[in-house]
Design a protein around this ligand. Structure first.
Ligand code: PGA
Length: 251
């Protein structure tokens, strides 16, 4: 049985004080939940405070990105070792906003996955098609290429800790959720591909989150699908009450 994994990606929202206020309200709402892996991904500037505030709780800390070099003259970048030092356990890699606005490619995503896994960070590896790609009937081809290229060079033994997030770009921040059936179809395809590329065991253990306008009203149905093992939540993860409701839906 795969444990559901539900993450809030705050993107470029909340300063340190707002992040701490959120955690103060959020913790009591989810304190007793042991059957869902709960993750918060604040901006870099709130990682240190949340590292302390979440210490000893059932909530894991996640960065929104990581650079693929170990250290050096890379102004503005953050290394995997720096994230380890703040007790981050997870990192988002290849979010569509990174691909769209910051020039990330399958190759740089692959490099980030390599460095994250090397440092024991569990990557949330994001993939998904645009509206134009879906309308052109290319969803399967696009998603398959992203998986194959992102995981290039990995062996089955490297990727047990990987989480995949299927996030159709047209559903992110638009209020348009993929139907449960649309999401389940792509998730099943990704799982079959993992079986083909690695093994049945890997396809069985890797968790695949859905992301794109997940909210309390649709989380239950999405999470009840056989191949949807969690959610990567943007907008609805910004309020402790609504994110807690989504976490409850995963129980
Ligand atoms: P959304 O964002 O929930 O606001 O659509 C999802 C994401 O970008 O991970």
């Amino acid at each position: 049985m795969r444990k559901p994994v539900i993450a809030a990606n705050w993107k470029m929202h909340k300063n340190r004080d707002e992040a701490l206020e959120y955690v103060e309200s959020f913790l009591p709402l989810v304190r007793d939940i042991a059957t869902v892996e709960i993750i918060l991904a604040p901006p870099y500037t709130a990682l240190e405070s949340l590292s302390e505030a979440l210490h000893g709780t059932n909530i894991r800390l996640c960065a929104q990105n990581v650079f693929f070099e170990e250290e050096g003259a890379f102004t503005g970048e953050i290394s995997a070792a720096m994230l380890n030092n703040l007790n981050c356990t997870h990192v988002i890699v290849g979010h569509s906003e990174r691909r769209q606005y910051f020039g990330e490619t399958d190759e740089t995503v692959n490099n980030r996955l390599i460095v994250a896994l090397k440092h024991g960070l569990n990557p949330i590896f994001c993939i998904g098609e645009t509206l134009a790609q879906r309308e052109a009937g290319k969803t399967q081809e696009v998603v398959e290429t992203q998986v194959r290229n992102g995981l290039k060079g990995f062996e089955a033994s490297d990727i047990g800790q990987l989480i995949i997030a299927y996030e159709p770009v047209w559903a992110i921040g638009t209020g348009k959720t993929a139907t449960t059936e649309q999401a389940q179809t792509v998730h099943a395809m990704i799982r079959a591909l993992l079986g083909e590329l690695y093994s049945e065991k890997i396809s069985d253990i890797i968790r695949i989150q859905y992301g794109g306008s997940v909210k309390p009203s649709n989380a239950g149905e999405l999470l009840a699908s056989p191949d949807i093992d969690g959610a990567l939540v943007g907008g609805a993860g910004l309020k402790p009450e609504s994110f807690a409701e989504i976490v409850q839906a995963g129980r």
